[in-house]
Each structure stands twice: as C-alpha cells, then as structure tokens.
Design a protein around this ligand. Sequence first.
Ligand code: ADP
Ligand code: MG
Length: 395
Amino acid sequence: MKIHEYQGKQLFAKAGVATPRGIVARTPDEAAAAFTQLGGPIAVVKSQIHAGGRGKGRFKEQPEQPGVKVVKSADEARENAKRMLGNTLVTIQTGPEGKQVNTIYVEGGLNIARELYLAVIVDREAGSPVVIMSSEGGVEIEHVAKVSPEKILKEPFHAGYGLQPYQARRLAYQLGLSGTAVTSAQSFLPKFCRFFVESDCSMAEVNPLVITAEGELVALDAKVTFDDNAMFRHKDFAELRDLSEENEFEVRAGKAGLSYVKLDGNIGCLVNGAGLAMSTMDLIKLHGGEPANFLDVGGGANVQQVTEAFSIILADKHVKAVLVNIFGGIMKCDTIVTALLSAYDTVGFTVPLVVRLEGTNVEIARKMLADSGRKIIAATDLTDAAQKVVATLKA
Ligand code: ADP
Ligand code: MG
C-alpha cells in the first residue's frame, strides 16, 4: 500500500524524523491561507499523487505548470494550486495517462545546502533491511546507478537492533559530511530505520534528503510503501489509503478475495493458484501472446468469486480472449465447471474462451463442458491451451 507524501511526513514527524512544516490544502484559498500561516518568505506548493518526478512533471491542461513549485506570496500559492487541483499531472513515474491531483501540500521553503539520497528497502539477498544512500540527491537514483554506481552506498542493518551509531557515522563520513551534519545524521538515520521496521514498510525513500545551511538533515520528500501482508498489525493505517490512486479493478478484486494484477496484454487469465497463474502467463508469452492480467482465484473459489473474476477480466477493454486454467485439487473439477457455466451466463461472453481443466473428476467436468452448449474451446493440457488461446487472436 502506497501513501501520499504529506501522510508519510506526518508519520515521520511522529517518529521524530525531521521534516519541514507543512499544511494540507484542498482548494486554492486553503493553499493561500496555508502560505500565510507558514509565515513565508517562501513556501513550496506540492501536488500530492502516488508517484515521484513531480518537480519535473507537467500538467496536461497546463503544459507550463510543474507539479512542485516554489512560491513567494499567498497569491502565488493560490494561483499555482488553481492550476494543479483537478488537473492531470504527467511525470516519468505516472505513465502518459498521468494522475489527477486532488490534494496539495504547502510546505515551508528550506535553505538547502546539499541534497542527498536516502532509502531503506528489504534486501532479500542479505535477508535484512538495507540503507541506500548517495551524495547525488534530487536526481533519479536509477540514473546515478547507471552513470556512477560507486556513488551508491549500502548499509544493511539488523531489523531487531536497528541501525547502530557506528553505521550512521560510517555513512555520514562516506557521504563527506562534517561538523553538525554528522551529529544530525547520527540522530536522523537510526530514527528513520526504526520507523521503517516498526511501520512494516517495504520501501521508504527520501529524495532529496537535504542538509540545511545550519547543518541539519531534513526529509524534503517522502515516498512510503507498506507491506500489505503486515497491514493487519496497523489498523490505523487503513485511513491513509487513497482508493482514487489505485487501479479500480484491483480494488474490486481485493474486495472479492481475488489476487489480481492488471497487465498490458490482451489475453485475460483466470487461474487458481499463484504458481499456476505465473506458469500460465509464461506459456502464453512462449507461444507469442501477452497476458492482460494475473488472476489467482485461490484454491476454494466459489460461484460469486468466479463470476466477479470474469466480470473484472471482461471489463478490461483490451481483453480479446480469455484463458481459464484450473487445477481441481482442493476443489473438484465438476464444481468448478458449475461455477464457470453460471458465471459465463451471468457475465455474458463476447470474446473466445479457452478452458483447460485437470484434477479430481476431470472426466465428468469435461463432459459437462462439452454438453453445455456454450461457446467454449476445450484444451487438453497447458501447452494446448496457450496455443489455442493465442490462435483465436490470429483467426
Ligand atoms: P519529486 O521527487 O516528486 O519531484 P520533491 O518533493 O522531491 O518531488 O520536490 C522536487 C524538488 O523541489 C526537490 O528536489 C527540491 O529541490 C524542491 N523542494 C521540494 N520541497 C522543498 C522545500 N520544502 N523547500 C525547498 N525546496 C523544496
Ligand atoms: Mg523527490
């Protein structure tokens, strides 16, 4: 689950991680009032979307307007907010369709001496969280990794003990910090790492992490992603969720207990089991097709779930054929066919449907399919199924 910058910064502040003072605004007048309240002389008006690159991003409706703008008066704050709110911001992370801005964060302007990069992620190889830092802040880290990988520092730390003082010092010296900034880093970095672990983040990124003219480290940006599997431990985070930022079909699937991820292809997939879903996608690709989605209905899917799964798949206008690949292990194949036929009739199919079944009672199930009178293409095995579904697109 992703959250907005302003929400991330509110959580940072609670964890003792320094951030600039800021106020949320949902109308141009609120943005002007926020400027006045912050007291100037400068403030930064920041579009809130679940994507980075806002500073360099531009609005579809206002091609001159950046997503993050330094302002020097309440009027200027109002005018910028007016050009942002309700409009679509396109950045390198949003894709060409962009994202609509519904919320603005007005933040006190800082006197920046240096911009660093900071992130904590889970390092699967090290089996621990790892701090990633770079002296090259404010720019795309992918770019730094490509042109000067030696400028990226990595410091794995123990999730239970946290980042140790010597580790924070080592990072500070490697980044070339001195004086007050080293002391500030020794306080900032362990707190940031504790926040990462205690909030069950999968990623927390601050780009840029600035050093002010006074030598203090301050988080100027906040990109936080939580591990969905740990959200049961953080009931209070539920209110931070912004459904308007999420894919409408993924939200619907989540409610129905289905694991669904939208992809770019045109073959809809309905599969039970995550491993089978992945091998199904692999086989579709092997035979020259492109899956439109990953969809795992789970081991014990019922009629309602299968119906909802079909209607989600078919609501995607890019879907030109559907492949159902089910292994009846926990559930019997004939039970699945009953659900399938009922869902078929409820949803109504306008694209070819290929079905491959295997497992308990498969003979009964295949006969039911053959006798059903519906336009269903039966496949005998996985390869046959993938070939048949790809062939329907070429026909
Ligand atoms: P994004 O990464 O989405 O472009 P940032 O929050 O990093 O958005 O802002 C972009 C740039 O705007 C920063 O790199 C920084 O130079 C400037 N900026 C952002 N917030 C402030 C602030 N409070 N004071 C001064 N400059 C800021
Ligand atoms: Mg940034």
